[in-house]
Design a protein. Structure first.
Lengths: 184, 195
């Protein structure tokens, strides 16, 4: 009897342990998290505009007034620059890491000019840039990311149907390009 | 003779069975902690961040959506009206009042599985802050029903339960420490069609 109670007690402790392991490990094994879906969209360093209807990629514009585009990046070998401009009433941009945690976000009110101009850099590249700032990046918002891989979501708002072409063009012309910083 | 193996099997069954069952039950019962509730509306301001709790992260990974960042906006969802009754796709509702400060907001309807209702080219299925008519004091009154009504109207005629989604873009709400003083629009049931 005593040993049966002991077995149940050990079982319950094990159950608690397995509960914790399952909850913590689940994000890595769902196979349909945002990062996996973004990877499935295609190659790095280009924006993919999302469709408006649910589709096999799993990513779509859930809000009929907000259009979005996603770009996957890897800044290990050089910074990635994000440029977009156009006649949209509101735009916003967020960067996420591999585990889909937000690493940076901004909108048009917090931008310097009227368009998006962001450079994603690693801490080492940031140090290099502090010594010699490349002329092209003088006006860019420099965002230091501790994780080299991730994705950027760019969103444009179109409150009325007449603004939809402008929002589409804003996203279609958005650039997400790897650049090289030469010390020379 | 078989006592010890039987006890070991019992321990393992309790550990694996109980662990798996409790984990799936917890994931069904809760969509994570850290929600802020204002009347019938609730939002998860930290869902997309590192600070989200493990349950919220598990849900986030299962949904696989690209969430709005902190500087982008905040999504409020309502599953019940102000009396606490579940929102039905066969009932008529009136959403009235005003939203917390935001540069832009949208109101959409989702079905029971969390998918947006199919956008119809002929019927309005959503509204936003630019297209909503307001009173002189800035408050609005939106009808959601199967038959059109004058003023702001969203078509609502679907099976099963629905949820209303209010997305606030570029809002200080996400960063505000106390959300008590924010006023969210009220959801009142007007009536249900017998179907």
């Amino acid at each position: 009897m005593r040993s049966a109670l002991l077995a149940i007690a050990i079982g319950l402790v094990g159950a608690a342990f397995i509960h914790i392991v399952i909850i913590l490990a689940l994000p890595m094994w769902t196979g349909k998290d945002a990062w996996t879906r973004v990877q499935a969209l295609g190659e790095m360093n280009r924006f993919y505009s999302l469709a408006n209807e649910p589709n096999i990629t799993g990513l779509y514009n859930e809000n009929p007034y907000i259009r979005s585009a996603v770009c996957r990046f890897d800044i290990t070998d050089g910074p990635v620059r994000i440029i977009a401009s156009g006649d949209v009433p509101i735009w916003s941009v967020s960067a996420y890491g591999v585990s889909s945690n937000e690493t940076y976000s901004m909108n048009d009110r917090s931008a310097i000019g009227t368009g998006v101009d962001i450079a994603l850099v690693t801490p080492a590249q940031m140090l290099q840039m502090r010594r010699i700032m490349p002329r092209a990046l003088e006006r860019a918002v420099l965002v230091e990311l501790s994780e080299p891989q991730g994705y950027v979501a760019l969103r444009a708002v179109a409150p009325t149907p007449s603004q939809k072409p402008a929002a589409r063009a804003f996203l279609a012309n958005a650039v997400c390009a790897s650049i090289s910083i030469d010390p020379a | 003779m078989f006592r010890l193996p039987a006890l070991v099997v019992l321990t393992l069954v309790i550990a694996f069975g109980g662990g798996a069952w409790s984990a799936s039950w917890m994931l069904k019962a809760t969509s994570g902690f850290g929600a802020i509730s204002l009347g019938s509306w609730s939002a998860y301001p930290e869902l997309q961040t590192e600070k989200a709790d493990p349950f919220a992260k598990a849900h986030r990974a299962g949904d696989g959506r690209i969430l709005l960042g902190r500087a982008e906006g905040l999504v409020f969802t309502a599953k019940t009206d102000e009396t606490g009754a579940a929102l039905s796709g066969r009932c008529a509702y009136e959403i009235s009042g005003s939203t917390p400060p935001a540069r832009f907001w949208t109101l959409t309807v989702k079905d029971a599985s969390g998918e947006p209702l199919a956008e119809s080219p002929r019927l309005p299925t959503s509204l936003n802050s630019w297209t909503t008519l307001r009173n002189t004091d800035g408050a609005f009154r939106i009808r959601l029903s199967a038959s059109p009504t004058p003023g702001n109207w969203i078509w609502l005629d679907t099976d099963g339960n629905v949820s209303f989604v209010l997305t606030l873009l570029d809002t200080p709400t996400a960063a505000s420490v106390s959300l008590v003083e924010l006023d969210m629009p009220k959801i009142a049931a007007i009536g249900c069609s017998d179907a």
